[in-house]
Design a protein around this ligand. Structure first.
Ligand SMILES: [Zn+2]
Length: 253
């Protein structure tokens, strides 16, 4: 399910709404709302992995709930059949649609994410969730589906790595920021909070040589091993299929 943004501002007692055809375009419009009191609703990409079992990365914002339900059903998956969710991090726009998946038995989250102010504000959802709390630098969810700790945007942020039949796909959450140019040019803006951690995470992403990167808030894109991007990948969401491989490393297509 693709990401999108809507900007709503208050300007001279009037409500003004701004949007562009892309999430990054709308983010740019947000930064240009001169004189207005701006606000923004941001829906992230929700990633569905299919194969031996469906896996959801970041269910999304609570207002995406019906869209998540409908998007799954359109692909022949009953929302109640999703057992496994992996959270890149616990900001509400990535987590709060979780109750739309009533059959979940595993919600993977990094321990460093749990004791944050933004996670504590999600206690109503997290208290009911069957958490699988992980620690350390990296680990495995399933064969062929791994994660590594990628702080910067938030303390316990992880990047999720799916080994596909022909390429490696990474769901990188919000580690890249809202503007594609930041990562493309390795140029996070001055004053970005935890700027050095962002850069360290970007180096880890590039070092693992993904073929496709799925950011949290704009379209998936291809990436060359030397670190230059090569155009966008059309029609998100990326649907990734798993093959049962009898215990050997799984492959996702
Ligand atoms: Zn976030």
């Amino acid at each position: 399910m693709p990401a999108h943004r809507i900007v709503v501002g208050l300007l001279g007692g009037e409500v003004v709404e701004t949007r562009a055809s892309t999430p990054e375009g709308t983010f740019a419009a947000y930064r240009r709302l001169d004189g207005a009191v701006p606000g923004m609703i941001a829906w992230p990409n929700t990633v569905l992995l299919t194969g031996p079992e469906p896996v959801i990365i970041d269910p999304g914002y609570q207002t995406q709930g019906d869209m998540l339900d409908g998007a799954l059903r359109r692909r022949g998956i009953a929302p109640g059949d999703v057992r496994t969710v992996v959270m890149t991090h616990l900001h509400s726009d990535h987590l709060s649609a979780l109750p739309q998946l009533p059959g979940v038995t595993e919600v993977w989250v990094h321990r460093a994410e749990l004791d944050t102010p933004h996670a504590r504000r999600q206690r109503g959802i997290l208290d009911d969730a069957p958490l699988v709390v992980v620690e350390g630098a990296q680990g495995e969810v399933r064969p062929g589906l791994t994660w590594f700790h990628a702080p910067g945007h938030s303390p316990g942020h992880v990047v999720v790595v799916a080994e596909c039949d022909e390429s490696r796909v990474m769901a990188v959450g919000d580690t890249l920021g809202p503007d594609p140019a930041w990562f493309r040019n390795t140029a996070p803006p001055d004053g970005l909070a935890d700027r050095d951690e962002h850069l360290a995470t970007w180096r880890m992403i590039r070092a693992r040589a993904p073929a496709t990167v799925v950011p949290g808030h704009y379209a998936p894109f291809a990436i060359a091993q030397e670190g230059t991007t090569e155009g966008g990948v059309e029609s998100p969401p990326v649907r990734i299929r798993t093959r049962s491989t009898g215990g050997s490393p799984g492959h996702f297509t």
